[in-house]
Design a protein around this ligand. Structure first.
Ligand SMILES: *Cc1c(COP(=O)(O)O)cnc(C)c1O
Length: 383
């Protein structure tokens, strides 16, 4: 039985071209980029080429890109780094209730260090109102962090507007663009972002690699202390294969973004349409229009989310309950709660995320199997 993989928001397979670009840097071109000899210079050149590729995809300059170990580190570096570098100016931060845990738990930790954080609520689609951001800004506000697009329900946030408000108030703006990279156009100037996080494995690059865009002139305290790598922002010998893979993956993702996103969106719309039409008692979570091309997020009345997920797995379909980070826990997702869903509604939720390799046949089969399983689970629970 072939696996139908519909969990692209959790991770995506490395593209063969990306792997090919990475492979030489394990054995043949193994130099340390800090080395002054030929091997070192060769690795250094590869890292700088990747930096150029990432910068080009984001409308940034090469020197504004800092390579990290992925989305979580980028979020931590942006938020902790900005908070500690600016604490003389103020100790207030603003974020939303629907952020990824890499942002939320960093903010919670900062509260223990004496910072004060406002967690903005959202509307029923998980959208932050830019006016709420404006109202929450105080004289001691130093940073606003609002994600570009939500990893659970796919809602795209009005980040360009929020960034504009931050700039008008001289507050730094960070956005976690991990889900958006490769799917939506990301231009740091259009978004008015000072800090922007990406993670390679979400756009067909390697796991454990990513980057943080840091607008020139933005001071950050480092998280990892040691050597002078990454302009003193991130010590440690560079993950050269990972960095090369990140550069190659984002270059391909950007070149093929419109074609891929268009195709994925049309399959996604077909799935949403079929499911809502053929399975009564279903609601679509997240914004109906302002959503990531590959995201479907459903709640099925009277169905246990975990049971649904297990049955889909048995049928060879890989999906997710809410988000990968919360599955396995019985707590309803913080995102669904922020969007105002009751515990009961949130419980029967299912995230299906499509990607580059998804086919129409897979979507049709998934819709058919999903209908059977939901009906079966409802029949069993009514007995
Ligand atoms: C996956 C994800 C992260 C974490 O990225 P890692 O590279 O897995 O650490 C952060 N934010 C969002 C929105 C994500 O989807």
């Amino acid at each position: 039985m072939d696996l139908i993989y519909l969990d692209y928001a959790a991770t995506a397979p490395v593209l063969p071209e990306v792997l090919d670009a990475m492979l030489p840097f394990f054995i043949l071109r193994y130099g340390n980029p800090s080395g002054v000899h030929k091997a070192g210079r060769d690795a250094h050149k590869a890292v700088e080429e990747a930096r150029r590729q990432v910068a080009a995809a984001l409308g940034a300059e090469s020197r504004e890109i800092c390579f990290t170990s992925g989305g979580s580190e980028s979020d931590n570096l942006a938020i902790q780094g900005a908070a500690f570098a600016r604490k003389e100016k103020g100790m207030h931060l603003i974020t939303s209730q629907v952020e990824h845990h890499a942002v939320l738990n960093t903010c919670r930790w900062l509260e223990k260090q004496g910072f004060c954080v406002t967690y903005l609520p959202t509307d029923r689609y998980g959208r932050v109102d830019p006016e709420d951001v404006k109202r929450a800004i105080r004289p001691d506000t130093i940073l606003v962090s609002i994600m570009t697009a939500n990893n659970e329900i796919g809602t795209v946030e009005p980040v360009a507007e929020i960034g504009k408000i931050c700039h008008d108030h001289e507050v730094l703006f960070h956005t976690d663009a991990v889900q958006a990279a490769g799917m939506l156009k990301l231009d740091v100037h259009e978004l008015n972002a000072d800090l922007l996080s990406i993670s390679a494995h979400k756009f067909h690059g390697p796991k454990g690699a990513g980057a943080l865009y840091v607008r020139k002139g933005t001071r950050l305290d480092a998280l990892i202390h040691g050597g002078a790598q990454e302009r003193n922002l991130r010590a440690g010998t560079e993950n050269v294969p990972g960095i090369v893979g990140t550069g190659k993956a984002i270059e391909i993702a950007e070149a093929e973004r419109e074609t891929n996103a268009g195709r994925i969106r049309s399959l996604r719309d077909q799935l949403i349409h079929t499911v809502l039409e053929q399975i009564p008692g279903t609601r679509l979570n997240g914004h109906p229009v302002e959503r990531l091309p590959g995201n479907c997020h459903f709640s099925f009345e009277g169905v246990d989310g975990e049971a649904l997920l297990l049955r889909l797995d048995l049928a060879g379909i890989a999906a997710s309950a809410g988000s990968a980070c919360t599955s396995g826990s019985v707590e309803p997702s913080h995102v669904l709660r922020a969007a105002g869903l009751t515990e009961k509604e949130a419980g029967g939720s299912l995230r299906i995320t499509l990607g580059r390799e998804t086919t129409r046949e897979e979507i049709e089969k998934t819709a058919r199997i999903l209908k059977e399983i939901v009906e079966d689970l409802r029949r069993m629970s009514s007995l």
